[in-house]
Structures are given as structure tokens and as C-alpha cells.
Design a protein around this ligand. Sequence first.
Ligand code: SF4
Length: 341
Amino acid sequence: MPWRGEKDPYRVWLSEVILQQTRVDQGWSYYLKFLKAYPDLSSLAQAREEEALLAWQGLGYYSRCRHLLEAARMIATRFGGKFPERHEDLLSLPGVGAYTAAAIASFAFGLPHAVVDGNVIRVLARFFGIGMAPGTAEGKAAFAGLADRLLDRKDPGMHNQALMDLGAQVCSPRSPSCPHCPLQGRCIAYRSGQIKLLPTRDPGPRVTDRYFHYLVIQAGDSVYIRKRTSNDIWKHLYEFPLIETKRPLGPEKLIRSRPFCDLLGNLDFRIWETRKAPLQKLTHRRIHGSFTRILVPESSARLEGFLRVPVTELSRYAFPRLIFSFLQGNPLTLLGLMTGL
Ligand code: SF4
């Protein structure tokens, strides 16, 4: 880990939050970018949410970013701007669960709290031959209790780091390096040939499919966007006018649908093209996206509830990765010039 040995609780917290759903190689540049923009707690507490979300754009799971801001503000007001040390205070911060609290407490403050992440669970399950599914209530309690009993209370930060590193670099999910593992002599999974069976898989989450049809409505060199405000994925990020359906819907049916007519019925418009977006997989959802580019005359009236933004200024707004990728692959600036609408 590039941030290994870090003792500053702010930096430990930031790195752990970034790593919650992100690989190290992907998260490192965001960590540096965030530290540059917000070098300490007080600068993050004063940050504007829109700017922070923009710095986070592309990393996904944006609730992490919103929670960082909320927690920084909470530390400023409730804890006098000083990072709390007590485990229960850490757990009271938005977005901080048992894993992150234990990581901050042990790495930054040397307190005896065992970190239990996927790497630690894998080592424990294999070494002790534990068949319980770690995501069940029973499994969670068993692995947390075992990790706590094993913890070296004299140097919990080093102990946690060592176990996590062993899981990440030696006892890897698919091809563990058992011949080089210091635990090999007493490892039950190795001796009984159960490495591929442990840890036991948790029952998968129920995944639902959602169909997002974005309307990229272009008037001259401007497009219409709005901020997502409901308690749903991508809250507070921006998006194009969206029609969501429960089932797939082709472009012909889309433009005859009620929401489409309600939005564009009174306007003179021309459909330019429809593009499918690559499937986006979230933890509990699969997002099937499409972008229909629609031209309306430059003199068109404003669309109620939407901002009309020059395409050259779209980079000032934070979008979900689905839209961000579309914009990267489909520059919109030329379209108005090409069509002369
Ligand atoms: S011996 Fe192999 S399976 Fe056992 S802990 Fe080491 S790397 Fe993991």
C-alpha cells in the first residue's frame, strides 16, 4: 500500500474510505488529488459538495464522498476539529463502519481494535478451516471474535497491517502462494486440500435490473441537465433528462412513450442517434443505459426543472460514471455546428 505506515488519522481515514470499493492502483491517484484539494480536516469541512464530488468523479459509490464531507463537518462541530480517538466516536461518523473505525483506531492511534476485511477473513477461514459464510450474522460474529482474540495488543496497527498484507499478497483468492506462506505448517485448508472451498461464499445479493434512457437534448451548443436529488443512487450528481423503465425499451417505443411526449411534445425536435452504454454493475443493481441525442432549435424555451448548460461547461458538473464515460467518448460540441439547427 502506498500509504502504509501512515499515522495521520485524516489520511488513514481518507485512504480507507477510498479503498472501500476500489482497487489500490485506481484509488491512489484520487487519494493524491483529494489530498491536494483538501490537505486537512478543516479544508474538507469547508469544501463545497459540488467541488468534492467533481474531484471524486469516476471513482463511483459517491455516497462515500458525501459521507466524507458530512463526517468532516461533524468532527469540526462536535469534536472541536480534532479527529476522535475513541472507537465509539469513530463509529458515530457518517460512512464509518466497524472496519474503517478499527483501521483508524489501530493505525493512527495504536488502539487494540482488530481489522476484519476480506483479506483477513480469507486467511482466518483457511488457516483455521472455518466453513461459516462470513457475511451471515453468525459468520460476522465468529470472524470478529477470532480476529479480536488473535490481536497483538502491544502493536495492533502492525498486526492488522501484517494480516491484511498476508491476505492480499500471499493468501490471495485464486492462487495463494502456499509454498512461501509462513503459516503453511499449521494451515488446515492447505493440509486438507480445502483452499479452493474456503472461505465459504456468502449468498449473493438480490440484483435488480434498471433501464436508464437518457435524453441528450441539444439546443445549439447547450444541453439540458439536472441534479439528482432523490434518495437513490448517484444522489447530488448531475444527469441528462432521464426516462427510467422496468424493462428494455427500444428507441421507437421510447419516443412514443408518455414521459418522452410530456417532455418534448411541444418542441420541434430531431432524433440524431441512440447509443447503448456498456452495462454498469453496482452491488445490488445492473444499470442498462442508453443515450438518445436529440436536437432542438437553439431558440427553444427552457425545459422546466432543467439547467441549460453550454457543452463547454459540462466539465464543471459531476456526473455518474455512466454519463461521464459517454461524454468522454462522444464530444457534443460538434453536433450543433454540423446540423446547423
Ligand atoms: S498456507 Fe496457503 S491457504 Fe494457508 S494461509 Fe498460507 S497462503 Fe493461505
